[in-house]
Design a binder for this molecule. Structure first.
Ligand SMILES: [Zn+2]
Length: 385
């Protein structure tokens, strides 16, 4: 084991036993996650700060990032942040806080993040758009991301693979949506939890790797999701070991059949058995998280939300369908009449007008007429507004 660099766990939660009742009462999604399942206890465990620090000592972990739980109510976020700040004060430097927030709360959420950062927190998350009820094109969410970017704060997002069987806590947020988010906010640092739901595999394509240059991945809850040796080998083959952060999701019980109590050691033992070289090990257990926490943003510019006429330029075959549709309501209606799906939740943001129209049977002449009509509609709506 390397001893010269601190060992960091990028993703734990602060869930003392007393937190369970409050979450179960105030947060329906967490109540579901924490509840017993067919008479068997949920894999969620609980640990107060003293227990957390003792378990870190037992496992040789120097620092942990306490990720906030993803709340539906901003009041829950603020109470949870208070608890994290109190825990941080017990052991300065060992417990690194990320702020919980409900981005739908608008200015109240942003103000509370500011309060937490002023008190020593270093980022925002874990956020879970599915469980918190916001879409990635919601203006309140976009403003929240912009505010985090301006404050140079990394954001941790819950992402999981959308392939495979159902399990409690599985979100419908597709890894592709996180790719679009990273493209929209290329200067904001994102830590995608749970291996980014497999998004990292697409980094074998150079253009994707470039688009995801400010995206990192953590291994939180991995043993519940993937065979350890296989997923580590896929990460190696994908060329992303330098942007992988060890994370547990403690106090979650990652081996619920054999593990009764929260414990960092079983997963660490599995990870330690993988064939890392020294540089890979250094990144996994600290270097990556240091980059997430400290990497300078490359330019101070934060991308503006793209769904405006100004971002549209001239409509042609290569214009993204959702940009056209959101530029003018009538344009969206026309596209819908032609059977061209454009809502971001139903269609990828990269979908271009020419291909989408050809796929609905419009030949070149019909597409040219469509483009002319759409230009007129968008220009008129721009003049009216
Ligand atoms: Zn998560």
């Amino acid at each position: 084991m390397e001893t010269n660099t601190p060992r960091i766990d990028a993703h734990v939660h602060y869930l003392p036993p007393a937190a369970r009742a409050a979450l179960a009462a105030d947060e329906p999604y967490w109540a579901l996650l924490l509840g017993d399942r067919a008479g068997r206890p949920a894999p969620q465990g609980y640990a107060d700060a003293a227990r957390l620090l003792a378990d870190m000592d037992a496992a040789g972990i120097d620092q942990v990032v306490i990720q906030g739980i993803y709340p539906q109510r901003q009041a829950t976020a603020q109470a949870h942040n208070d608890a994290i700040l109190q825990a941080m004060a017990l052991s300065p430097g060992r417990l690194i806080g990320f702020a919980a927030a409900q981005p739908l709360a608008g200015a109240a959420a942003i103000d509370d993040v500011r309060r937490c950062v002023a008190a020593g927190m270093r980022g925002v998350g874990e956020l879970n758009p599915y469980a918190q009820g916001f879409a990635l094109d919601d203006p309140r969410w976009l403003r929240f991301v912009e505010a985090c970017g301006r404050a140079d704060l990394p954001i941790c997002l819950h992402v999981n693979a959308t392939v495979g069987p159902a399990y409690p806590g599985k979100s419908t947020l597709a890894p592709e949506a996180c790719y679009e988010l990273a493209r929209r906010f290329p200067e904001v640092r994102f830590l995608l939890a749970h291996w980014g739901g497999g998004l990292f595999m697409h980094e074998i394509v150079p253009a994707v790797r470039q688009a995801l240059r400010n995206v990192w991945y953590d291994t939180a809850a991995s043993p519940l999701l993937y065979p350890t040796a296989a997923i580590c080998a896929v990460a190696r083959a994908s060329g992303v070991l330098h942007k992988l952060a060890y994370a547990s999701d403690y106090p979650l019980r990652l081996y619920p059949r054999t593990q009764r109590e929260p414990d960092f050691r079983p997963f660490l033992a599995d990870l330690d058995a993988q064939p890392w070289d020294a540089a890979e090990r250094a990144a996994l257990f600290g270097g990556t998280m240091a980059a997430v926490l400290r990497a300078p943003i490359t330019t101070p510019h934060i991308a503006a939300p793209a769904s405006t006429v100004g971002a549209l330029g001239t409509i042609d075959e290569h214009t993204a369908v959702h940009l056209i549709a959101t530029a003018a309501p009538e344009a969206g209606l026309l596209l819908e009449r032609l059977g061209i799906v454009w809502q971001q939740r139903d269609a990828p943001a990269w979908q271009q007008l020419g291909q989408a129209a050809a796929a609905r049977g419009l030949d070149a002449a019909a597409r040219a007429r469509l483009i002319a009509t759409l230009r007129t509609i968008v220009a008129q709506s721009h003049e009216e507004s």
